[in-house]
Design a protein around this ligand. Structure first.
Ligand code: NAD
Ligand code: FE2
Length: 382
């Protein structure tokens, strides 16, 4: 590909991909007769120069801009309610999410809430709440600024309960953005640590999706190509970022999110409790756990690991070689090998194991996982 060209994809929604696509936003709003966006981001991004440039570009046009950024690092229900108040009070006509997974998830949950005003968690997908998502939703636009969650091409939002910190999933096909402006230039200044952690989240999505037990060759193909792009680019994006590595990571992260429609697995179930219990960043939690989770899976799935090893161009096409690759990659991008280095203690293990076993991601893991497996995997990684 040519990294200074713009490409358009209509799968799974319209994606304008390439450096500079963000400049198309004002014209897109005009073409769609949208004049009053609610822009949802996080308090850190709201201060960054690329964000200010987007706002000032919009202000050169007949557009009324309202920014909402009062959200938590791991978003909670009250963030969504406050954002909905901002919509109600300022007469908006569309929602633009700009940011990483946190900001995009809150934006998507506000999109849902505009015309669905029962308690937000009534719509929790895990209790079948998606059937209540029956009304129209506002025009929704996503602009990713990290390359990890792929939330920009997703249909779900992960929002936690303010008190219990339990994660809920709001899901509906209606929550897919109408258009994504995927501009890798916006990720150029992403700090090395965030690049590493979010990049490992993307790699985990692709690997877990490929291994997930459902039959889905479409997702399998996307996942392997996603793994290949990330293999070529993550270390460079962390240590010597350039447009090529940033572009490949942004593409690889969207591919991961498309692929994990098929399902995720044991690594995400190990990671989720670290965020809810200890507020660990989602990507970091996956990064530390992925070598252990993958080693657990090898036993019955050498064939699939052989295909992953081939994609990674490893000398030995074995599961063990994939696990070694993951440890080495973590070293190269400064991710610790052990949970104790990210604040986990022996006394947390029982609670973590309970939460991991209750988590929604592992039923799609190719090999069944029980509570004792989770306890053992945490102890191994400690
Ligand atoms: N919807 C989904 O399918 C899905 C999947 C996985 C995770 N998630 C959710 O996504 C969240 C994590 O998202 P994330 O990993 O993108 O992290 P994040 O959104 O928390 O962002 C990480 C940090 O990077 C900063 N940042 C973002 N873009 C930047 C830029 N361009 N330059 C400099 N700094 C920048 C942010 O302000 C923040 O401090 C979690 O809440 C998780 O639950 C959602
Ligand atoms: Fe993830």
């Amino acid at each position: 590909m040519n990294f200074d060209e713009v490409y358009q994809y209509n799968f799974p929604t319209t994606i304008r991909f390439g450096a500079g696509t963000i400049k198309e936003l004002p014209a897109y709003l005009q073409q769609n007769k949208l004049k009053a966006p609610l822009i949802v981001t996080d308090p850190n991004i709201a201060q960054l120069s690329f964000f200010r440039a987007i706002i000032s570009d919009l202000q050169k046009h007949p557009v009324s801009v309202e920014v909402f950024h009062d959200i938590h690092k791991n978003p909670v229900k009250s963030d969504v309610y406050k954002g909905t108040d901002a919509w109600d009070q300022t007469n908006r006509d569309c929602i633009i999410g700009i940011g990483g997974g946190a900001a995009l998830d809150v934006a998507r949950a506000i999109v849902l809430r505009i015309n669905h005003r029962d308690d937000l968690f009534k719509y929790d997908d895990l209790i079948g709440g998606d059937v209540y998502v029956t009304n129209d939703v506002p025009h929704f636009i996503t602009i990713p600024t990290t390359a990890g969650t792929g939330s920009e091409v997703g249909r779900s939002a992960i929002i936690s309960d303010d008190e219990t910190h339990q994660k809920k999933i709001l899901f509906s096909p209606k929550l897919l953005a109408k258009i994504v402006f995927a501009d890798p230039a916006l990720t150029m200044e992403l700090p090395a640590f965030v690049t590493a952690a979010t990049g490992m989240d993307a790699l985990t999505h692709n690997m877990e999706a490929f291994l997930a037990k459902n039959h889905h060759p479409i997702c399998d193909g996307i996942a392997l190509e996603g793994i290949s792009l990330i293999k070529d680019s993550l270390e460079t994006a962390v240590n010597r970022p350039d447009l090529a590595s940033r572009s490949n990571m942004l593409m690889g992260s969207m591919m991961g999110a498309i692929a994990f429609q098929k399902g995720l697995g044991v690594v995400h179930s190990l990671a989720h409790p670290l965020s809810s219990l200890l507020d660990t960043h989602h990507g970091l939690a996956n990064a530390v756990n992925i070598p252990y989770g993958m080693r657990f899976n090898i036993e019955w799935f050498e064939d699939k690991f052989r295909r992953i090893a081939r994609t990674l161009e490893l000398k030995q096409e074995t599961g063990e070689a994939v696990v070694n690759y993951l440890f080495e990659l973590n070293s190269k991008i400064n991710i610790p090998h052990k949970l104790k280095d990210i604040g986990v203690k022996e006394q947390h293990l029982e609670a973590l194991a309970d939460l991991a076993f209750a988590d929604f991601a592992h039923p799609n893991n190719p090999k069944p996982v029980n509570r004792e497996d989770f306890r053992r995997l945490y102890a191994e990684a400690l």
